[in-house]
Write a protein that binds this ligand. Sequence first.
Ligand SMILES: Cc1cc2nc3c(=O)[nH]c(=O)nc-3n(C[C@H](O)[C@H](O)[C@H](O)COP(=O)(O)OP(=O)(O)OC[C@H]3O[C@@H](n4cnc5c(N)ncnc54)[C@H](O)[C@@H]3O)c2cc1C
Ligand code: SF4
Length: 596
Amino acid sequence: MTVVRIAPTQEPDVDLSRTYDAVVVGSGAAGGMAAHVLTSQGMHVLLLEAGKKVPVEQELRSMEWPYEHPRRGEMPPGYHAIRHNEYTIRQPPYAAKSAFKHVFSYVGGWGGSDYVKNILVDEKDHPYTGTRYAWVRARLLGGKTNIWGRLALRLSDYDFKGKTHDGYGEDWPISYADVAPYYDKVDTYLGISGHNENLPHLPDSLFQRPNKLTAAEVMLRKSLAGMGRVLTPYRAGVTTDGVKNKYRSKCFGRGACGRRPGGCDIHAAFDSPTGLIYPAMDTGNLTLRTNSIAHEVLVDRNTGKARGVSFVDSQNHRTYEAKAKVVILAASTLESARLLLLSKSRQYPNGIGNSSGHVGHNFCEHVMGPGVTGMVKDLVGRPPSLDDGKPGGFYVPRFRNLQDRQSGFVRGYGFEGGSGFSIFPDGAWDTPGFGGQFKKTVREHAGAFISIGGFGEVLARYENYMDLDPETKDRWGIPVLRFHYQFGDNEKKMCEDMATTAKEMFEQAGIEIVGVDKEMLTEGWSIHELGTARMGTDPKTSVLNQFQQSHDVRNLFVVDGSSHVSASCQNPTWTIMALAWRSCEHLADEFKRGNL
Ligand SMILES: Cc1cc2nc3c(=O)[nH]c(=O)nc-3n(C[C@H](O)[C@H](O)[C@H](O)COP(=O)(O)OP(=O)(O)OC[C@H]3O[C@@H](n4cnc5c(N)ncnc54)[C@H](O)[C@@H]3O)c2cc1C
Ligand code: SF4
């Protein structure tokens, strides 16, 4: 087995006296893809990233056993990850007046925040205000892709043409046929593992070797087939057969994926630096500047076009200007909206690209919480097997409101699940007793549990929005976002149905139910924020056209999840990258023709 560890090409010096062909803001899934596509088309690109370049291999330490860490992976004293009850009983800013020196989002509590304390933002430096919201941010080269969960799903025309299907919301200005070739490109370039199921509502990818299902999962898959539902191996944005990329190794399944808040130190799981940015640097066309917090898109007073970006150096707090012929925002859904709103000028008094008044609005995401845990009695007492040595468990695609129509709600939800032995037997928490008998019971039952949890579509609504807080600023003096957002009745009804169907599927399969969760988790928990600068054909009700290009400013593009018209119930990252690829190809063509 070859583990590849290659340092990226030396970065070219940043030359701020020069006008670059394009400046890209943000280096996560969207910004990394923009850098890859534009540099491969010969454009000279400056990539501005607010965070540091962190040696993630040293942070993630995927091969470290719990007993090798002085605190079993726990955070040092003075560090705190916000708990669910804090999100529900308090209002943001959650870190204000906290006695802890460093405060992280809840993800810091997953399997030890010591591994993510330099990856997640410190909420003390990055406050936000308004309604409750669990906002997970990663400010470093590669953004959240350094720790993402890797579930890589396609959307279908049930999503792109949702309004045509059920009358709610807006259709996207594109259909599956427009995006499919770009999903194929992303699959081939980055690698994805999975199994073909031939479902119209969850199109197959160009899969590499899938994860093996456990005995409990095979049993549930068979039972679900009888109900007309599907259980498929986790579709992971992980290369299991290898890709042509010297910075990445193929997955050899040693299980850290499931142990920590994600992250793979051999980069078998996709992350933007090794998957996209380092190869883009190898073209010689990419210049990277980290520690660069963009806070305004600059405008040419004569033409109204974007002329570059103003940014603060996070270390010396000085302000600089980067000049470019095209500006591409990819700072993530909420940060890109913040940047558009911050970019006020004589020409654009409500923020650049915001003549519609829709920037920050139509926010959507996924609702989570309901699910079940069950036990397969036949598996109690069987010898241990390596069940968590893989990038994920399984996925049960949407089955509601496809051919049928539910009376209580529109749209649908899918379930993520897992089962079998893991490095820590979760069943131990609820096992009664102590001493030798307790240990024996835990060991015997460790491989017999299976659980699923739902991810449902939150409807895009104009009244769910973010604006700039008139008073609160971040550590660098930049106004922060203020949330005006809450789940509605559709989400509540959907969650009730999720709990019911989860239970019914386990009962049908003969799995003994040991726990049912009915509670909805706080807004934001899914980390799938979308929709704050949506695409559309009408400039009065949308911000971007079908190529993620501003209706108002033709050399301004926003290529992250803010452009999504609806949330679907499928995880968004593969779609974010397919759309960014499509838009940047179009951008490069237009650039060459002199149309920007
Ligand atoms: C724990 C976890 C699990 C997840 N699991 C999944 C999953 O299974 N499937 C899935 O599809 N998605 C998952 N996601 C979500 C996924 O990570 C995001 O959809 C994806 O990273 C979005 O890409 P992005 O480029 O829009 O944003 P990001 O990856 O967040 O990148 C944005 C970048 O922009 C930078 N930036 C922000 N503001 C500025 C500024 N003003 N100036 C300069 N730079 C700026 C940030 O520092 C960051 O590097 C998960 C996320 C997390 C954290
Ligand atoms: S299971 Fe595969 S993708 Fe996950 S951390 Fe291990 S090697 Fe990386």
